[in-house]
Design a binder for this molecule. Structure first.
Ligand SMILES: [Zn+2]
Ligand SMILES: [Zn+2]
Length: 388
């Protein structure tokens, strides 16, 4: 986003909503973990800087966690949003460098942008803005309540408000819709596996967990030409079916139900020459730390899952002797979103092989319910499409 400087003009939310339908259909998720479909007047918006016609809103584990733990207010959820800009204030047109009709991917962060904010005043680390923090301010797409303006602040609706804090990225108009829906999780994976993990052509990469981000991590490793990709999952129905998906993408698979033996199972795989990058997408804690014994020289263990991570002992001798490291990751850099879009447009990530579970707004309640009781779809690529 460009610096607004002194160019800020007053917004006119009523004018921006003038061409929208009188009511917008939205899936409103309630604190007691149910979802109802409501028709909402977009003219209730008070701070909109533009509007997006939602193409897709992909579901991720954070949605399920928030839903299960109890939202603090009725909310239009959905934070991995793709859509078309249908109205735009002139100042945001300049700031975002987009036109009406452009197809964009939103980031979930709504950072404050103030020069006094440490995260927002440095280049490209706005995801650490306390206001946009998942555990603090919660100013995020898909987390703002129905009581704020129109309430249309998430992707699980036909249209959603854009605010002056919105961070967006232009998408190629002809990028396949299923692939476009991977933009944000694939950007996470590119950051974790490539930018931070250091995977490159020929690397051996191990990924713990074949879930949404595990599958995206396989695609990221594949996109940079990793020599071998190994994915470790459990023996449950869902996990086994997901392992079949990553196998079809070219990964080798391992199953193990005892977290304590994770390192031993990884160490016995293949030629036992170790891994350049190990990514824990599930938050194993101590058992993940144990896998550092299988890192090659200059290798990286990337901790991308928090789970109930306990404090674990680290074998520092292993790290020093191998010049290797352990690093935690949160979200992704804006550059990795750009890279994600380039790689998706170039093709060959393997993500086209992942079955897409497409659900309309009327199906959101059942979708959440069946995912939480584990009777739902096993593919991790679940996409809410308001047009269905
Ligand atoms: Zn997410
Ligand atoms: Zn900030």
């Amino acid at each position: 986003m460009k610096d607004l400087g002194s160019a800020v003009a007053p917004l006119d939310p009523a004018a921006l909503a003038a061409h929208l339908p009188e009511t917008v259909k939205a899936a409103v998720s309630l604190p007691e973990a149910t979802t109802t479909v409501q028709l909402i007047d977009p003219r209730l918006a008070t701070t909109a800087a533009g509007w997006l016609k939602v193409e897709s809103s992909a579901l991720c584990g954070t949605d399920l966690d928030l839903y299960q733990k109890g939202l603090s207010h009725p909310t239009v959820m959905g934070h991995h949003v793709i859509g078309k800009v249908v109205s735009l204030s002139p100042v945001m047109q300049w700031s975002w460098d987009v036109e009406i009709g452009d197809r964009v991917a939103l980031e979930e962060y709504l950072p404050c942008g103030l020069p006094t904010c440490e995260a927002c005043s440095k280049p490209d680390i706005y995801r650490f803005c306390p206001e946009a923090d998942l555990w603090k301010g919660q100013r995020r797409v898909g987390m703002l309540g129905l009581h704020e303006g129109s309430g249309l602040h998430g992707g699980n609706a036909e249209y959603m408000e854009l605010s002056t804090r919105t961070v967006l990225h232009k998408l190629p108009k002809d990028l396949d819709s299923n692939l476009a829906a991977w933009t944000q999780p694939f950007a996470n994976a590119v950051d974790w596996v490539v930018n931070i993990g250091g995977a490159t052509s020929g690397s051996r990469v191990a990924i713990i967990g074949p879930g949404y981000h595990g599958v995206a991590a396989v695609a990221a490793a594949k996109a940079v030409g990793a020599g071998e990709i190994v994915v470790l999952g459990r023996n449950s129905r869902t996990s086994r079916e997901r392992l079949e998906i990553v196998e079809s993408m070219g990964a080798s698979i391992l199953t193990n139900d005892d977290a304590a033996t994770t390192s031993a199972v990884l160490g016995q795989h293949g030629d036992r020459s170790g891994f350049d990058v190990i990514v824990d997408t599930v938050g194993l804690g101590g058992p993940a730390i144990d896998t550092t014994e299988h890192l090659r020289k200059l290798g990286r263990l990337v901790l991308a899952g928090l789970g109930d991570t306990p404090v674990a002992e680290v074998n520092l001798k292993n790290l020093v002797r191998g010049a290797s490291g352990i690093v935690g990751v949160r979200g992704r850099s804006p550059q990795s979103v750009t890279r994600s879009i380039e790689l998706l447009a170039a093709g060959g990530t393997g993500l086209e092989l992942v079955p897409s579970i497409d659900v309309g707004l009327d199906g959101v309640d059942e979708l959440f319910r069946t995912l939480l009781d584990r009777s739902g779809p096993s593919s991790p690529h679940v996409v809410i499409r308001p047009s269905l």
